[in-house]
Design a protein around this ligand. Structure first.
Ligand code: SF4
Length: 319
């Protein structure tokens, strides 16, 4: 079953909490941003729900005094970097991204020293410190386009090996040095499991996120970021679609087009199902207390903000 443990409140108290959060947001002129992988009840109270790129753009453009970011730490940092005069609040400061923590700025510097002619391309799923030593950032939605436009022939790609290999396939004229990081939830999906689903639902096209294993990507009819999967799955002619990404996306898919069936795999990860544990650690209660008391503010050294904004802006310009 593709379900995860929701909060313990009954339906009524969930609704009350949601109303109270929205009231506070209006009162404090706060904007609430939520990633697609957030719990459904958290997505419901957000002003905007989207993927990393869409939320980065919203964070950069907002004139709200407070940004409550329901996502993982690197996303909150990106919001702060792009709009440093705003107060960015993270409802659960412990929610980091395991993949982002798989590389340090020191490791990037060592790669740069070894390959001085290469440009460092970092997935936005990196810490602010890693961004600060990168040449350009990418998301899974724009990585191919950005790398194609770079003047360097040699690319250091960090930290996701799956996305790096996916880009390498599409940009064959460049040389790649790819860091061996990975997204634990997306690496849980196996080709065997996808094959079984394809046999069970032969009429359903398969949409896969590029953070998955290469052999899973090879079985896809469509490969794209979460927002690109939303577009494909909700508008393609097929009545049902096999979706190989984090299960939180199901909520958006059902909202955008409830007339279709979205089939997610049943595989289990270290949290008990294929979902991102750190994303799901953000609950309505945490959003409520964070906004009410204006706690869990995201702060970064000025020097890091000044350096990390350069590769993010470069990405936004190139796309
Ligand atoms: S889904 Fe993967 S990449 Fe995204 S926050 Fe979770 S661990 Fe990080």
């Amino acid at each position: 079953m593709l379900t995860f443990q929701l909060q313990k409140e009954d339906t009524r108290s969930v609704q009350e909490l949601q109303r109270e959060i929205r009231r506070l947001a209006e009162e404090k002129k706060a904007v609430i941003l939520a990633h697609y992988y957030q719990r459904p009840e958290v997505q419901e109270i957000a002003d905007f729900v989207g993927d990393s790129l869409e939320l980065s753009r919203k964070a950069a453009q907002t004139d709200a005094e407070i940004i409550v970011f329901c996502g993982v730490r690197f996303m909150c940092e990106t919001a702060k970097i792009l709009n440093p005069t705003r107060k960015v609040l993270h409802p659960n400061p412990e929610s980091g991204c395991p993949m982002a923590d798989m590389i340090t700025p020191q490791q990037v510097m060592a790669l740069k020293e070894k390959h001085p002619d290469a440009m460092v391309v970092s997935y936005v799923n990196t810490t602010a410190e890693v961004k600060a030593v990168s040449d350009v950032c990418v998301t899974s939605a724009n990585a191919i386009k950005v790398v194609q436009k770079l003047p360097a022939r040699k690319i250091i790609f960090v930290p996701d090996q799956a996305l790096g290999n996916w880009v390498k396939r599409h940009v064959p004229d460049k040389e790649f040095i790819i860091w061996q990081g990975f997204c634990p939830p997306h690496f849980e999906f196996t080709a065997r499991e996808v094959k079984k689903l394809k046999e069970k639902y032969p009429d359903a096209p398969v949409a896969v996120h590029p953070e998955c294993h290469q052999e899973v990507i090879d079985m896809a009819d469509f490969v794209g970021s979460t927002s690109q999967i939303v577009q494909f799955a909700t508008t393609c002619p097929a009545q049902r679609v096999i979706v190989i990404t984090e299960v939180g996306l199901k909520h958006t898919l059902m909202k955008k087009n409830p007339n279709k069936e979205y089939i997610f795999p049943d595989s289990m990860n270290y949290c008990g199902s294929v979902y991102c544990c750190t994303m799901k650690a953000i609950t309505l209660e945490k959003v409520y207390t964070t906004l009410r008391d204006e706690i869990n503010e995201v702060t970064l050294p000025e020097e890091i903000i000044e350096r990390a904004v350069i590769p993010i802006r470069r990405m936004l310009e190139l796309t």
